[in-house]
Design a protein around this ligand. Sequence first.
Ligand code: CA
Length: 234
Amino acid sequence: MKATVLLVEDEKKLRELIRSYLERAGFTVLSTGSGAEAITLAVSAAPDLVVLDLGLPDVPGETVAREVRATGPTGAVPILMLTAKAAEEDRITGLELGADDYVTKPFSPRELVLRVQAILRRGAPPARPGAASYGGRILVIDEPRREVTVRGAGVDLTPTEWGILVALATVPGRVYSRSELINRVRGYEFEGYERTVDSHVKNLRRKVEGDPGSPVIVQTVFGGGYRLGLAYDG
Ligand code: CA
């Protein structure tokens, strides 16, 4: 069956360009330049994925994302966001809003199609009891099974890395100091001083971040400690 993509972009030329690429790739495409109409379409057409421009004239993209996302059968329609700025802030915002991925303008339509296909292939892992997901399922932590999945792929963590990640995920966005993390992971036989937290975080990032140089999952808060950069999916 053809997957349906809801395309929300107010720049007409860009909208038509993306539409033609998506249709050529075999998708059924519904498109609109209005955020309000996008929310209505998401309810009536139940798209498999939404390509959403964050800068819309009528409704803030953030609001559209929240509303659209809540409409799917599981309340988790995948969203690929189009953002105008490459600022780290925007990326974090996009991921916090539950975007599954984002592309920064200008982008190549071909790349956008590849990203859409990747998200749909990845699919939504079935929600399992005990598993918590973050950032629109970018990160899934299954505590009972002691498993971590990042972007659909399993990740092997040492007991200390696991302890740090689980501690940070307790309250996403909250800053945990190094000493607090040491206390929290002591149950996992953590030994050492505050500085060693940094090297464990470094190793952890190598395993979970797409680009460890600009982490989106385990973020440094200067002078504070670390925090989970993804929102709990609820
Ligand atoms: Ca726009």
